[in-house]
Design a protein around this ligand. Sequence first.
Ligand SMILES: [Mg+2]
Length: 125
Amino acid sequence: MSRILVIDDEPHLRTLIQKFLLLDDHEVDLAEDGNKGLKLIEGNSYDLVITDIVMPEKDGLEVVMELKQLFPNIRIIVISGGGERLNIQDLLKMARLMGADRVMSKPLDFIKLQSAVREVLAMQS
Ligand SMILES: [Mg+2]
């Protein structure tokens, strides 16, 4: 069992990801934007953060940047459906360059997400 934080501003998707991760017996917390996510990260010890990119307040790329500086051992999976100015592939490429362990485009393939979660959690041990 691992501790996972899911940050996404879409409530429906956030809950779906949580339900899916609970099937693998993980402990899952949720946050609706980068600011709230980083606050939770400071007070907890997560193994993995799954974050969306385009969100109000603080976006996912900023979350990745701060995470890499403050908690370099936390694994990161970035998910995105693209934004108004940048397409999905450019955003995911940026997330990769900033240090995300895996990047995935929306709509999410939950089986692929499950594999990615298993892979990155295995990297840590
Ligand atoms: Mg979003």
